[in-house]
Write a protein that binds this ligand. Structure first.
Ligand code: GLY
Length: 469
């Protein structure tokens, strides 16, 4: 298990910044444990909790950390390897070695965590902890502290959530360098898929190559790759189809660096190497929406407003094609565009591909002035709040023809005044198009992350595919 880390000053500063935000009590950070696939010793690749990585950098299983906001003390709890472990894993750095690397001197065996936390609780001190997303960690908290599941779920510290979100939302230079590295790997993943598509017999062949690329760099995929000729299914993880002439291949894939930072890109391209004119029409609308988002996004603007502008662009251009009709502002206000774009423009990205989603979307993607929307489509917008320099967000508009959704809306006459269902039904075999880039919000606007943009224009995409012949 590797443990690439930043220099220790970075972790020391992050924890100092957290201490400035919270006045009293202790914060308990539970690292992740191994997770079994089918029996105890056969485990998924270990993934440390991202907030644990952020403050401590250590990517080893079964650790916990405490920050005491009253005394300023910091400590890592974990068990050193014994001879039985070493036989299987080999000698590894000690917990004390790892702790030093993140600037912490005090380490204690894991069994002392229970007594430590119980003592603080019995003194009436606040125990701050974050929402738990792994059942195993909830069980661990039940066993260690004697709390019920309900207590654990209801007792999360909103103060700690808000403080962590504040810190992790703004990426600084060293984080951007890591995200750029993940983007470079993402570039290779996507151009590989493009170059393979005319030689592959089936999706599995392309998928296996795409997923192998981050491994070469000591990383992993940042989420389960979506690679499909049925891009109308938003998160399609089936890769079992033969390449079928005339289809569009949608690839939504990203890398995670060895330090845990993510990239997330989507490209859609014709398996024949050339877009048909109908594919080009739809593709160009999505590309224009993607570019428009990158023009509009800037500090002080809400990402919700950028999302809605892109929805209007899409609705207007679908009207030009005869698929929508009526007043565009009214159509978007009614949510009619969501027949074609039933998701949001993007999400935060960082140590998690959907950064901090486990901490609660109302804190991560929204704020006191920008609230989540309940309307179908925009309800899936994960990031709506006011943008600040240092935020990294995805820009991923799409247009999809989802036969089941079209049938439902037609049957129920949903937004019928804005939708030309007869025309839409001519596109039911189309699939879907999504184009996704990763944006850094700068002082004056945005910068697309990655040294070079993954081919995105019709000409550039076709040229990239041709390189594989
Ligand atoms: N790119 C996959 C997702 O955003 O869920």
């Amino acid at each position: 298990m590797s443990c690439e880390m930043f220099g220790k000053d970075i972790y020391v500063k992050r924890r100092a910044d957290l201490k400035h935000k919270i006045n009293n009590g202790i914060a308990l950070f539970l690292g992740n444990g191994e997770a079994s696939i089918n029996y105890t010793d056969n485990t998924y690749n270990f993934r440390q909790d991202s907030t644990f990585i952020y403050f401590f950098g250590i990517r080893q299983p079964d650790l916990a950390a405490i920050i005491d906001f009253d005394s300023g003390e910091e400590m890592i709890f974990g068990n050193e390897l014994n001879i039985d472990d070493i036989i299987w894993t080999g000698q590894q750095p000690t917990i004390a070695d790892y702790a030093k690397q993140c600037g912490i001197e005090q380490t204690l065996p894991l069994h002392q965590l229970s007594a430590y936390v119980k003592k603080c609780a019995s003194q009436g001190r606040k125990i701050h902890y974050l929402p738990q997303y792994r059942g195993h960690n909830i069980l661990k908290m039940e066993q260690l502290f004697g709390w019920s599941t309900n207590q654990i779920v209801n007792g999360v510290s909103i103060e700690l959530i808000k403080a962590v979100v504040d810190l992790r939302s703004v990426k600084n230079t060293e984080e951007i360098i890591e995200i750029e590295a993940a983007c470079a790997i993402g570039y290779e993943m996507h151009t590989t898929a493009m170059r393979m598509v005319m030689r592959a017999q089936n999706e599995h062949q392309i998928h296996s190559m795409v997923d192998s690329i981050p491994l070469k760099y000591g990383g992993a995929t940042s989420f389960a790759t979506i690679l499909t000729q049925n891009g109308q299914t938003l998160h399609n993880h089936f890769h079992d189809k033969p390449i079928r002439p005339g289809r569009l291949m949608l690839v939504d894939a990203g890398a995670e660096t060895a330090m845990g930072y993510a990239s997330d890109f989507t490209r859609t391209f014709p398996v024949n190497g050339k877009f048909t004119s109908r594919q080009k029409d739809i593709y160009q609308i999505v590309l224009d929406a993607n570019n428009r988002a990158a023009e509009l996004a800037a500090p002080g603007k809400t990402y919700k407003s950028v999302h809605l502008e892109c929805c209007k662009l899409i609705a207007s251009r679908l009207s030009d094609l005869g698929l929508m009709r009526g007043n565009i502002d009214d159509a978007v206000a009614a949510g009619a565009h969501a027949l074609f774009l039933p998701h949001g423009l993007g999400h935060m990205m960082g140590l998690d591909v959907h950064d901090m989603e486990n901490l609660g979307q109302e804190y991560v993607g929204f704020d006191t002035t920008t609230k989540p929307v309940e309307q179908f489509g925009t309800s899936s917008l994960r990031m709506g709040r006011t943008l600040q320099p240092g935020f990294v967000v995805t820009d991923e508009p799409g247009i999809y023809f989802i036969p089941e959704l079209v049938a439902k809306w037609r049957r129920e006459q949903t937004n019928a005044e804005f939708i030309n269902f007869d025309k839409v039904e001519q596109y039911l075999d189309f699939g879907g198009v999504r184009i996704e880039d990763d944006l850094l919000i700068t002082e004056s606007g945005v910068r697309r992350l990655g040294k070079q943009r993954i081919p995105a224009t019709v000409d550039d995409v076709e040229a990239e595919i041709a390189k594989g012949l």
